[in-house]
Design a protein around this ligand. Structure first.
Ligand code: ATP
Ligand code: MN
Ligand code: MN
Length: 371
């Protein structure tokens, strides 16, 4: 009976920047499984397989309904034999044995645990695992281990930082940053970026872009904001990276995900954060505050559109924008610029729409970029 009247499916592009992906994910059961496989491959440094599963998950995320049989995914890009066999297991048994094997694997569990600490990357986690360490108490009681300042802060605020940030908390932080920024320069421009700009209900941090119309003035902006937050007594941690962006050296720029703008990775003390419509956790009630991760990036105003596009994400959407620019348009895109290789020129943009236009792409709204 299945497949008698195949529903005509509009062709789905292999590029996430040609798909509209809201926060509504009807196929979480599959994409969660793919994410476990992707993470497992990432931790083992199998980059190709990792990316393949991330791409597959991204394609499923744009579908308007639940996949009920393999026939439903016929003709979709980025779904290979391996992804299909995982989906088949889930469709038949409600679970994937391959995923369950990974989830119960000691190495995977330990590396996931260690990398969940702010400041601990895959390399450090691997080193600790090889040294026989398996738990936080193993790490914290091992005399030969020296934690850097970031990792010390990571352990200190572990519970708070690993708890998701809500939209209401993001809004409250926006008000705090807004006040600080405008006390410094009344004409400052502040924009919410990252997952919350894409309409997500929860995030692991809150991302902001902050600048001023006066070119060059943005150089002192982050240090001034940081000083103010410190004075207000809400700065728990700050990793500030001054700008290394030099417009006169543009042609020699490497096109990479990491940008060269001034930025800071912060942990702020957020007071009175209430869970909307619910009770606060016991610990929170007691203290009346929580620690939250905040990222601030400060590009010069003429780079604003590129920085905004680059910091809004999702990571998969960004990856495919760059890939599309390169392979379909002979252009190079990163968080700073768009370069047309055929015309040998840099393309100016004041809005995100300008960049989509340059690329010959339909405009995709921020809340449609949850690829
Ligand atoms: P989450 O809710 O988990 O925070 P997110 O989409 O906001 O999800 P982030 O890690 O905060 O994820 O990153 C937001 C965007 O900013 C990403 O799309 C990423 O491409 C970009 N980004 C993050 N860190 C950097 C960096 N150091 N340099 C350049 N771009 C970055
Ligand atoms: Mn974020
Ligand atoms: Mn971030």
């Amino acid at each position: 009976p299945e497949g008698a009247t195949p529903t005509p499916v509009a062709t789905v592009s292999q590029y996430a920047c040609q798909r509209r992906t809201s926060t509504e994910n009807y196929n979480k059961i599959f994409t969660d499984a793919f994410e476990v496989l992707a993470e497992s491959y990432e931790l083992s440094e199998f980059e190709g397989q990792c990316l393949a599963f991330r791409k597959a998950a991204s394609v499923l995320k744009c579908l308007p309904g639940v996949v009920r049989c393999l026939g439903d995914i016929r003709g979709l890009p980025c779904l290979g034999e391996h992804t299909k066999s995982i989906m088949e297991d889930i469709l038949q048994c409600g679970r994937s044995f391959e995923v369950e094997k990974i989830l119960s694997d000691e190495r995977y569990q330990t590396l996931k645990l260690f990398t969940s600490v702010f400041g601990v990357g895959p390399k450090t986690a691997e080193k600790w695992y090889r040294a026989g360490l398996r738990s936080f108490s193993d790490i914290l009681t091992e005399p030969s281990i020296h934690l850097n300042r970031m990792q010390q802060t990571g352990f200190l605020h572990y519970k708070d930082i690993s708890r998701a940030v809500s939209k209401a908390e993001a809004r409250a932080l926006g008000n705090i940053i807004d006040e600080a920024v405008h006390a410094i320069t009344p004409d400052a421009v502040l924009a919410l970026t990252g997952g919350f700009r894409r309409g997500k209900e929860f995030g692991h941090d809150v991302d902001f872009l902050v600048t001023t119309p006066e070119l060059g003035r943005e150089k002192s902006l982050l240090p001034d904001i940081i000083d103010r937050l410190k004075q207000d007594g809400i700065l728990l941690y700050c990793d500030y990276q001054a700008s290394t962006f030099d417009i006169s050296k543009l042609p020699s720029l490497r096109f990479e995900a990491m940008d060269l703008f001034a930025k800071c990775f912060l942990i702020l003390r957020l007071k009175g954060s209430k869970v909307e419509g619910g009770l606060n956790s016991a610990a929170e009630d007691h203290r009346g505050w929580r620690a939250v991760r905040v990222d601030l990036v400060s590009p010069p105003m003429d780079r604003y559109a590129y920085a905004l596009l680059g910091w809004t994400g999702s990571r998969q959407f960004e990856r495919d924008l760059r890939r599309f620019a390169r392979f379909e348009r002979q252009m190079r895109l990163d968080n700073h610029i768009l370069y047309d290789k055929t015309k040998n020129e840099f393309l100016a943009a004041t809005t995100e729409k300008d960049i989509f236009d340059h690329l010959g792409l339909e405009y995709i709204e921020p809340w449609q970029r949850n690829a």
